[in-house]
Design a protein around this ligand. Sequence first.
Ligand code: TXA
Ligand code: MG
Length: 306
Amino acid sequence: MIVPASSDALHRAAHIIRHGGLVAFPTETVYGLGANALDAEAVRRIYDAKQRPFASPLIVHVTDTEMARSVTAEWPAVADRLAKRFWPGPLTLVIKKSEVVPDLVTAGLGTVGVRVPANPIATELIRQSGVPIAAPSANLFGQISPTTAEHVWAGLGDRVAMILDGGATKVGIESTVVALRNDGPVVLRPGMISQSELEEATHVRWEQELNVPEIRDADESPGQQARHYAPRTPLYVLEAGMARPNGRGRVLAMPRDRKKFAASLYAELHKADSEGLEWIAIEAPPDTGEWAGIADRLRRASKHEN
Ligand code: TXA
Ligand code: MG
């Protein structure tokens, strides 16, 4: 059921979370499918609803740094700098986890991904629930993330007790995920906060390689799978001078501004995917660090299964 995020709806949603149920809610990036992060039974319902393998760790959403520290076992100086600069916002920090976090949330890893979303509906839901909220993107496993309440409904329907409608999300692609390792922080999943912005905020050396062993351990984690965020219709990323595929398809006209591009990307893919086309194409974005998050999602969405 889609409901406008009125104060009454938020009140009921918090009640559902406290009692172990699922609520879909807007964040600034994409819609999340939330449950009480401290309740393993509630978290199990997320995996069931998404048909997601248990080996995929979930992000824990909190209202502030103090609540973040309640789910982590340590709080390095680098975490503090990043939190001060980018929270609330589209940045997830992967830090050694506290014992209060069930293994199901972290897929058995010793670390937990945590972030403060920049959306008043999300923070109010967490505040009223009184617990941190574990939430992956509110889509079936492997499908395009939802940026509207209607996308959530189309993918999950009645599998979720309540979908809080907060309109279209502003950022449009998932958060930048950063692991805070002893030998330097590393970006596990690029997003709209770029590596150079992160480096500027921390005054430490960053690891550059994406394929760190940590990621291979968490092999099934969705952001790391080659094919993810994918429409059913084959998507092609057109490099300059590349011919269009044969058959009836459409080249999506995307904004040149990277923020506008990200904000509209998933809605455009959802729409084109429902048009019964033989292919969808998008022109390759600029090959710069600022576009790395967008390029990553396009690469994953355009991996075709044969
Ligand atoms: O913007 C977002 O991040 C959205 C909104 C709802 O917050 N959430 C999201 O969740 O995209 P999900 O489950 O689709 O992706 C979570 C990402 C995955 O790439 C996962 O591997 C990574 O975060 N992650 C979470 N916990 C981790 C951990 N302990 N170690 C390594 N990676 C982790
Ligand atoms: Mg996802």
